[in-house]
Design a protein around this ligand. Structure first.
Ligand code: HDD
Length: 753
């Protein structure tokens, strides 16, 4: 077809004119579309004190790098990752509303790609955890031992603490029988110090080269990947029965220490002996201990199992709720101090053997400061997941020893972060950043966030004026001193793959632990071994572990053997009776009630006088009252936190019975009643179960008025140990408080040994 060139030119011009239809600045243009936010935009949260900008001091002293919160939710409008505002993130770009999605939808691809990469590898051990911010205050009592500034009297140092289980995956239950991690990062004025501790003072192995072995044995079986987060299986007991230096740690795991009631009620131990240096350069050998203000307290095994199903996040929730409620958990940091003598022994105990303790009776734990956890994380991933601890994060005044377990750890903790956090710059992540200027001359690498200036990240240099400069070696000058390794003489030695002879005793301290337990603690240990070994299939594994138990104590061995239906072997080593250490027992008290959960059963048809006043008193005393009722909403003006359907005994530390609710007549509202629960037909069977479980778990129970009949309805004698009855709620609670300060009604547990 012939086209008139004139017509073609005009058509082209018309098209261009449409395209050139732009708004000229100043000229009135089309009204902007209104972008409506579903919720009113909020300003970003202020950064936490430990989220300061990376200190990227350079040769010229310039500080560069954006504040870490620059990437946080700052814009009131939805944007993509490069800050361009978006109008729609709910519909992908399609060829027609029913057509295929277009590859060109860069927003869709960016959003999905980011999501696809949200997960990082979980920690190879200690994957499941919870953390909190806090402050450490020095008492000034450690100054003769260590020059570390954080121990100075009244000195306040920000900290971040992460608690964890060891064996389970990130999503596993909190209350499994396991060791608990207790790692604290102190952001001191002399750099970060990490105390990477556990709630058990000894370790499974004496030499870090065996860490992969013990962990492979404890983790789920490689074929089926079960069981999750527990040691009750063949490979674990295969290893510890063959490798008898693990028996001491295993005994602690089988004790109630393996199932803590709360992270707030655990001791912590640095395990290794460290070397401290004072301002005069004198050295001492030191073991670090955390002592909880609330005392050491554990779940019963049945509670631990129930909670694993009812509330797998029990410890995480407990820590978070206590901090939110203002019941800030506290620990004292204490040290056992030993002279730094060439043999590094104390009272015949090898201080470099991490399977041994030094009893507190012969080396008292001296308090040197207090830790208070007072703020929950703002973002779990950014803080709890990305925090990276390392036993080599040390400050002047705290040094390592030659403990072969510690020596391997010095390598492992940096190495693991490279794959877990994706490269060598993990100390630039906000939660890991020191709160002091850094100038490490490290450059580049994955996830480099600093914009370093200067041209000479090497030493010596003249082009950056010689900067950075070496810090001073004068230990008494707090302003300039540096971390200097203690000048320890290393004896002339031959390279060997061997342990010292002192490491050969695998049983005497395990027996000492057993002999230091009260009868009820011994009973729990027997039950724990019987349960765990009862879960093993391999007869040879059970028999070999019984042999180790025989080498610890004949009664323990016999009781477990009876439970397994196997003969008890004779010991193969002489039983050595070390002096028992009462400090090892956790049956103690009284302890303060901060953050304890107090269940109050109310009956909407009963007498509620004085109950609300008591509820307020409990709250005012730093505890958490939980009203249990037959329905939600309010009863007698009190909010009901748990209905008989949603609440369970394991959530409370003590139970108060303000009434005896009857079974609901209507089968529909009573649909959660536990059929067949023994008790009176006059008492709601769910309340009967609540009372019976609290009684079985040796919790203090208080009752007044109609509540006393609830005891009867549940088949519990009102004069049994730990049952407090009285005329008024206030009187009853006074009696209850006195007894709950000892955690449990220990007399109520049956004991056979
Ligand atoms: Fe470890 C994590 C404590 C021996 C290798 N360890 C880790 C955590 C704690 C401990 C509390 C969790 C830190 C966190 O919350 O991020 N570990 C201990 C104690 C030990 C011990 C008290 C003995 C006294 N560990 C140990 C050895 C090795 C490791 C012997 C290796 C040879 N540990 C690691 C690790 C982890 C770790 C693989 C996993 C994630 C991480 O470090 O950051 O490097």
């Amino acid at each position: 077809m012939h086209v008139n060139p004139k017509d073609a030119a005009k058509a082209a011009k018309d098209k261009l004119e449409g395209l050139l239809d732009v708004t000229v600045p100043g000229a009135p243009g089309p009204a902007p579309a209104t972008v409506e936010e579903p919720t009113a935009p909020k300003p970003p949260l202020p950064p936490k004190p430990d989220q300061g900008a990376p200190a990227t001091g350079t040769a010229t002293g310039a500080q560069t790098g954006a504040p870490p919160t620059a990437r946080a939710q700052q814009s009131a409008y939805l944007t993509n990752s490069t800050g361009t505002r978006l109008r729609d993130t709910d519909h992908s770009l399609k060829a027609g509303s029913r057509g295929p999605t277009l590859l060109q939808d860069h927003h869709l691809r960016e959003k999905i790609t980011h999501f696809d990469h949200e997960r990082i590898p979980e920690r190879v051990v200690h994957a499941r955890g919870a953390g909190a911010h806090g402050v450490f205050e020095g008492y000034g009592t450690a100054e003769s031992v260590s020059m570390a500034g954080l121990f100075a009297k009244g000195k306040q140092t920000p900290v971040f603490t992460r608690f964890s289980t060891v064996l389970g995956s990130r999503g596993s239950a909190d209350t499994v029988r396991d060791t608990r991690g207790f790692a604290t990062k102190f952001y001191t004025e002399e750099g970060n110090w990490d105390l990477v501790a556990n709630n058990i003072p000894v370790f499974f192995i004496q030499d870090g080269i065996k860490f992969p072995d013990v962990i492979h044995a404890g983790k789920p079986h490689p074929d089926r990947e079960i069981p999750q987060a527990q040691s009750a299986h063949d490979t674990f007991w295969d290893f510890v029965s063959l490798h008898t230096e693990a028996q001491h740690h295993t005994m602690w795991n089988m004790s109630d220490r393996g199932i803590p009631r709360s992270y707030r009620m655990m001791e912590g131990f640095g395990v290794h002996t460290f070397r401290c240096i004072n301002a005069e350069g004198a050295t001492s050998l030191v073991k670090f201990h955390w002592k909880p203000k609330l005392g050491v307290h554990s779940l019963t095994w049945e509670e631990a199992q129930m909670v694993g199903g009812i509330d797998p996040d029990f410890h995480r929730r407990d820590l978070y709720d206590a901090i939110e409620a203002g019941a800030h958990p506290e620990w004292e940091l204490g040290i056992q101090v030993f002279p730094d003598e060439p043999d590094q022994m104390f009272a015949g105990i090898d201080l470099l053997d991490p399977t041994k303790i030094v009893p507190e009776e012969i080396a008292p734990v001296q308090p040197i400061g207090k830790l208070t956890l007072n703020a929950n994380p703002t973002n779990f991933f950014a803080e709890v997941e990305q925090v990276a601890f390392h036993v080599g994060h040390l400050v002047p005044g705290i040094d390592v020893t030659d403990d072969p377990l510690l020596q391997t750890r010095l390598f492992s903790y940096v190495d693991t972060q490279l794959s877990r956090l994706g490269g060598p710059n993990y100390n630039q992540i906000p939660v890991n950043r020191p709160h002091v200027p850094t100038n490490d001359m490290f450059r580049d690498g994955f996830h480099q966030h600093a914009v370093h200036s200067g041209v000479a990240p090497y030493k010596p240099n003249s082009l950056d004026g010689g900067c950075p400069f070496a810090a001073g070696a004068d230990l008494s000058d707090e302003e300039t001193r540096a971390f200097v390794e203690a000048a320890v003489k290393v004896s002339e030695a031959t390279k060997v793959r061997a342990n010292p002879a002192s490491y050969d005793d695998h049983y005497s301290q395990v027996r000492q632990f057993w002999l230091s337990m009260t009868p009820v603690e011994k009973e729990h240990i027997i039950r724990a071994y019987t349960f765990e070994l009862g879960k093993c299939y391999e007869q040879a594994v059970k028999e070999r572990q019984l042999q180790s138990l025989a080498n610890i104590d004949p009664v323990l061995c016999q009781e477990v053997a009876t439970g397994l239906g196997l003969p008890a072997p004779e010991p193969t080593v002489p039983l050595e009776d070390l002096e028992p250490s009462p400090a090892l027992s956790q049956v103690k008290g009284p302890f303060p009630p901060d953050g304890r959960m107090v269940g109050i059963v109310v009956d909407p048809d009963g007498d509620l006088s004085g109950v609300d006043a008591l509820r307020r008193t409990i709250h005012g005393a730093g505890m958490v009252p939980l009203v249990f009722g037959p329905h939600g909403g309010t009863i007698g003006g009190m909010p009901v936190q748990r209905t008989f359907a949603t609440g369970r005994s394991v959530e409370v530390d003590v139970l108060l019975l303000a009434g005896a609710p009857k079974p609901a007549p209507d089968a529909l509202t009573n649909r959660d009643a536990k059929a067949g629960t023994p008790g009176s037909p006059a008492l709601d069977p769910r309340v009967a179960l609540l009372v019976q479980e609290c009684h079985r778990h040796a919790k203090v129970i208080g009752a007044w008025g109609e509540g006393v009949t609830a005891l009867d309805g549940a088949g519990i004698a009102a004069d049994d140990a730990g049952i407090v009855t009285g005329d008024s709620p206030a009187d009853v609670f006074t009696g209850v408080s006195e007894q709950m300060a000892f955690h449990r009604v220990w007399d109520r547990f049956p004991t056979a040994v």
